[in-house]
Design a protein around this ligand. Structure first.
Ligand SMILES: *Cc1c(COP(=O)(O)O)cnc(C)c1O
Length: 457
């Protein structure tokens, strides 16, 4: 649908090259940070470049919400934080302090999780085709290993005789073309190959689905309860089911998101750029609420309880909801024209590699906030955001964001709620630009203090 159709009141004042506003849900802690007269400016002065600001207290809140769902359902449950979603050491520390484990997929992630305070048995090791070194280290530390291929079992069986290993068998979802997980035939072979007397202990099964729907997760978990029962009948422990991650995050309200989708117009984007699909920035049943829905679908909670099965979840993005923002400094402002209208084209001091959604030929949609706030202009200023590199395509925001007033060199642009995947999945020292450091916010006795995150990677 083009502009000029639909809701007249909203459209009549709209500039055809300006995207609809997409403010992130307000978060009291983030609002306090934005409202502070000096905090962000002082941080930017100290760092002298772009940076990420972490709010670890939000991770603690999100873990507690998952734990509360397990408690209410009377289901034994474990939260494993999917570490690939953010490398900050402060997140692992919060997991260690709040009885959450960590899901890792490489030696680097495993080492960082241990260094951050996780204990070996609190780790889940996922990922395809694990190296011998990773398998050995995982077994050595007593981590739970999600086996993705039969040869991983062979290689675990070949470990020194004094070593044992606890495994989940990762199931390829029925009817899927996923490259991960074991087929039915492979599962049968794996189960028959594991000796119930050791040294490999079959603890249960796991899966990780794409998409953010509760239904398919509940259905597959229910089917796997039967597999656990059959494996127990053959003498295995089979007391854990992991339903992976994919718990959604609700970044924007339903109305804003619907408006964006209905009115989306190539004229909103710099150089009329066509974008692939976008992450579903509005999510009806996000994070722990989605776990509630999964557990209540088809009596799953009841089935888990009556079979004494522990449910594991591996949320990445959902544990990082509200847990940080990304701050860039405006380094240049140009005025440009498109479709007969003028707009501002900013260059900030960072790159789109610090806002990783560009990885998917897409972009991060929650609107950045300009800091400090000044008197609003009579009409919003359509503004695109380019990166400090020589690549034409390196833009943080192709879409023209309606900023309340024109940006000036030295202002800060703060992208909200970026801790889940945006900060460091793609980070690079391209152009010999330094990696943006992560600062960690502490709020004690009514005042903010901050430290540098001390990730070892
Ligand atoms: C990436 C991944 C997760 C985390 O996914 P989110 O969407 O961030 O919750 C969990 N488990 C596995 C196996 C993964 O690959």
């Amino acid at each position: 649908m083009g502009l000029g159709e639909g809701n007249g009141a909203l459209v009549s004042t709209a500039n055809p090259i300006t995207a609809t506003p997409m403010p992130a849900h307000p978060d009291p802690l983030h609002q306090r940070v934005l409202a502070d007269q000096t905090l962000l400016g002082d941080m930017a002065f100290a760092v002298g470049g772009p940076f990420h600001l972490m709010y670890p207290q939000r991770v603690a809140r999100n873990i507690a919400a998952f734990h509360a769902v397990f408690d209410r359902a009377g289901v034994g449950g474990t939260v494993y934080y999917a570490k690939k979603a953010n490398k900050a050491a402060c997140v692992v520390r919060v997991c260690a302090d709040n009885s959450a484990g960590v899901d890792v997929s490489s030696i680097g992630e495993l080492a960082a999780a241990l260094a951050g305070g996780a204990r070996g048995p609190e780790l889940m090791v996922t990922g395809p085709a694990k190296s011998d070194e990773l398998l050995w280290l995982a077994a050595r530390h007593g981590a739970l290993i999600a086996v993705d291929a039969l040869d991983e079992l062979d290689r675990l069986a070949a470990l020194p005789t004094d070593m044992s290993a606890a495994v989940l068998l990762r199931v390829r979802p029925p009817g899927s073309s996923s490259r991960f997980g074991l087929t039915d035939t492979e599962l049968r072979q794996a189960i028959s190959q594991i000796d119930p007397d050791g040294p490999i202990c079959l603890d249960g099964f796991s899966f990780h689905l794409t998409g953010y729907e509760p239904g398919p997760r509940a259905t597959l978990a229910t089917a796997l309860i039967e597999r656990c029962r059959a494996a127990r009948a053959a003498g295995h422990v089979a007391a854990t089911l992991s339903i992976g991650g994919g718990f959604g995050v609700d970044y924007l309200d339903a109305g804003r998101w619907a408006q964006f989708q209905e009115r989306r117009d190539h004229r909103w984007f710099h150089a009329d750029r066509a974008m692939a699909e976008f992450y579903p920035y509005h999510c009806r049943s996000a994070g722990a609420a989605m776990l509630t829905e999964i557990l209540s679908t088809g009596g799953l909670a009841h089935r888990l309880r009556e079979n004494g099965i522990r449910l594991a979840v591996e949320p990445g993005r959902a544990l990082l909801d509200g847990a940080g923002c990304t701050v860039m400094r405006v380094q240049g402002v140009k005025t440009r024209e498109a479709h007969g209208e003028t707009y501002d084209l900013l260059t900030v001091d960072g790159t789109s590699l610090s806002l990783s959604e560009q990885w998917f030929n897409s972009e991060y949609l929650p609107d950045p906030v300009l800091w400090p706030a000044r008197t609003p202009a009579p009409t919003p200023v359509p503004t695109c955001v380019g990166a400090a590199t020589c690549l034409e395509s390196d833009m943080l925001s192709h879409r023209r964001i309606p900023l309340p007033h024109p940006a000036q060199v030295g202002d800060l642009l703060i992208y909200p709620n970026t801790a889940g995947y945006q900060m460091d999945s793609n980070e690079s020292t391209f152009h010999e630009l330094p990696l943006p450091p992560k600062l960690v916010l502490h709020s004690e006795q009514q005042r903010f203090r901050w430290t540098l995150d001390r990730a070892i990677a």
